[in-house]
Design a protein around this ligand. Sequence first.
Ligand SMILES: Cc1cc2nc3c(=O)[nH]c(=O)nc-3n(C[C@H](O)[C@H](O)[C@H](O)COP(=O)(O)OP(=O)(O)OC[C@H]3O[C@@H](n4cnc5c(N)ncnc54)[C@H](O)[C@@H]3O)c2cc1C
Length: 452
Amino acid sequence: MDVNTLAAALPEGTLVTDPDILAGYRQDRALDPDAGTPLALVRPTTTEQVATVLRWADEHRVPVVPRGAGTGLSGGATAQNGALLLSTERMRQITVDPVTRTAVAQPGLLNAEVKRAVAEHGLWYPPDPSSFEICSIGGNAATNAGGLCCVKYGVTTDYVLGMEVVLADGTVVRLGGPRLKDSAGLSLTKLFVGSEGTLGVITELTLRLLPAQPPQSTVVATFATLTEAIDAILAITGQLRPSMLEFMDAVAINAVEDELRMGLDRTAAAMLVARSDAPGEYAAREAEVMVAACEKAGAAEVFNTDDPEEGEAFSAARRFAIPAVERKGPLLLEDVGVPLPRLGDLVTGIAEIARRRDVLVSVIAHAGDGNTHPLIVHDPADPEQSERAHRAFGEIMELAIALGGTITGEHGVGRLKKPWLPDQVGPEVMALTRRIKDALDSHGILNPGAVL
Ligand SMILES: Cc1cc2nc3c(=O)[nH]c(=O)nc-3n(C[C@H](O)[C@H](O)[C@H](O)COP(=O)(O)OP(=O)(O)OC[C@H]3O[C@@H](n4cnc5c(N)ncnc54)[C@H](O)[C@@H]3O)c2cc1C
């Protein structure tokens, strides 16, 4: 396929075919070894340029893989043979309106950059994936990203009031806007949140902001058994809504301690990091309730602090868990979630799968909302071990489905989890999804092979 006509229709340097540059864009963090060889990379700066790319692609039936910062963990941005990679990395404008408490952001800004820009106005954009310093706000919207504070504040979709989207044929639509209430028409904005690049390219987001988060009290508790830690989680969420309730198992605690040397209890079976940002003295009161819940559940040690730096150090330790465990070996990274009362069954069931398949699985979790990340350490160069790891990967999703849960709480289906989606949602929902896809992208050019 000759891309010269497209290159000529875009500002110089927007379209790149240099194989060395393309190589850096073939994979996301799922590191799919079967990533394809793309036709070209386009890095537009405006909606109009994105529309030009999609019109050309639709006309020539060339697949397009949208891409934010490439930190996705489910292969949603994996390059396909002969596809255009459409990176939003140069779309980086943002304006903040303190009156409506909204920000209008282009998709290529990093989540952390959005947080910083709105903080200058005393405002806060809550969703906080652990990857917030390296992932884009467009990628967050396209995957409906979650994070650590979501147990209290909800996920990305709860903060997307509107967007501009370029459809597969190049049509530009504006959905929603800076209005807290809006019942006009179908909830199309929500349809595009979490659509993983399969329905359109998000070129602008209108984000809802909150006043700056109050200072947090932090509770850190360690447990000799997983059951005690789960009991503490259920006791805490039964009494209040923490602003964070995170879980790490023994493997994760030790991996983080190996790297950060912060004096974590290496003998513990589990550690919880819980926080409260209730106003004024209520944060300390909620912390006391959480301390009591941990003690009653049988915690070995409980530590409680109002010091923001100490609290942040423990949050950062939890955020560092994935890279720390990754240093033990390449990961197959799970994202299964269950209704909270089934969390214990999920965690013990995962341990059973790990034993049966003889693979190392470390479990970390956004425990307060039942979303776990079993991290399966494996050596892709060892086919027999890799086979066992992949079997465990599938069995963990099957377990989550059997417990009334989901195969993905926040990372999305991408290409990695696609085979399991029908088992969770059933044939009628798959057929409905296909009808929506066909209606919006009749030539199937947008992110083919992802999700469905
Ligand atoms: C160490 C680590 C920790 C992580 N922790 C979390 C966490 O706590 N919570 C969480 O939710 N995720 C987490 N992630 C996963 C990842 O960071 C998120 O899924 C993030 O939202 C992806 O953003 P991105 O810009 O990197 O998107 P990409 O990986 O580039 O793309 C992700 C998907 O979105 C599509 N896409 C991207 N931009 C657009 C656009 N503008 N329009 C349409 N489609 C688009 C792509 O086609 C792809 O399907 C983590 C990742 C890492 C590496």
